[in-house]
Design a protein around this ligand. Structure first.
Ligand SMILES: NC(=O)c1ccc[n+]([C@@H]2O[C@H](COP(=O)([O-])OP(=O)(O)OC[C@H]3O[C@@H](n4cnc5c(N)ncnc54)[C@H](OP(=O)(O)O)[C@@H]3O)[C@@H](O)[C@H]2O)c1
Length: 260
């Protein structure tokens, strides 16, 4: 996810390569990142933290405690020229971030997997020392990998249940549609192409502003094929299953956050 952001921030000229320092522990990856993006690469997290206006944390949540111990020096920068801390670590809340970086401006962000192809959506929440100018920086940064919404932190588990876990639900739907196509005689490759393009095209149509119910009604003629399919979906509890999936994932996100 860190590299997805890096590549698009550079490609879209939101930052010049000379403005970015990346910390990467593996030597081989260091050489790759340096060559690929023209940025300065180090394995010294403190060096990054002490020399940047924005510090983006993109490590696995399990590494957070060790990382913050390493970055204790940054916490002493409050009052001088404190960096804005932006974290994409799932399950690490603002209270934990603010405890690790007292009095510093902190933003918690939750991107999703389609961000890696520039089609993600990121929800951001701000800490108590965060100014509008800091939020603008985060909004600009995550707009490089898709859409951005601002939510109260209390809604981050809900965001995780919908847009965080949602790509898996959609992937399952595409796979199942393709299986359905094969079941009625289509070759797998064509079934997959039809399924993917149908989902992608429908999303584009809905993004033009049409309500999902209107689209469904428009393609459902009396006694026709689509209503026969819809009746099966309703019988199997399709919509209810998706609602419950979002609820279950949000609940699990809350449980994992509480136990971390
Ligand atoms: N992937 C997603 O769709 C997604 C969505 C939302 C949020 N997130 C969050 O994004 C974070 C990163 O996830 P990811 O999937 O991108 O994981 P990842 O591919 O494992 O990336 C983590 C990166 O951190 C580096 N790293 C490990 N220890 C480090 C240290 N002490 N100092 C500096 N860098 C260190 C790793 O380097 P090496 O691998 O070279 O050791 C790796 O490049 C996680 O906290 C996750 O919760 C991810």
């Amino acid at each position: 996810m860190g590299e997805a952001l890096l590549s698009r921030l550079i490609a879209q000229k939101i930052y010049q390569p000379s403005e970015v320092i990346v910390s990467e522990p593996q030597q081989q990856r260091q050489a790759f990142l340096e060559q690929q993006y023209g940025v300065q690469v180090t394995s010294n997290n403190c060096f990054v933290a002490s020399n940047t206006a924005v510090l983006l944390l993109a490590v696995k949540p399990q590494v957070f405690d060790a990382l913050t111990q390493e970055l204790a020096v940054v916490a002493t920068l409050a009052g001088e020229s404190p960096p804005l801390i932006i974290s994409i670590l799932a399950g690490v809340g603002l209270s934990k971030l603010e405890a690790a970086f007292p009095k510093l401006p902190v933003i918690r962000a939750m991107p999703n997997t389609p961000a890696t192809v520039g089609a993600g959506i990121t929800a951001i929440s701000s800490g108590s020392h965060t100014l509008d100018s800091h939020k603008e920086i985060a909004q600009q940064m995550f707009s490089a990998v898709g859409a951005v919404v601002e939510v109260a932190e209390t809604l981050m588990d809900a965001v995780t249940g919908l847009s965080g876990s949602g790509p898996a639900y959609v992937a399952m739907m595409v796979e199942a549609l393709s299986d359905g196509g094969v079941a009625v005689g289509l070759p797998r490759a064509i079934a997959m192409q039809l399924a993917l393009q149908t989902v992608g095209g429908t999303v584009q149509l809905l993004q033009s502003g049409m309500h999902p119910a209107e689209l469904k009604d428009r393609v459902t003629s009396p006694g026709g094929t689509t209503i026969a399919g819809i009746a099966e979906l309703e019988h199997a509890g399709f919509r209810s299953a998706l609602i419950k999936a979002v609820q279950a994932a949000a609940k699990r996100s809350q449980e994992l956050g509480n136990s971390s």
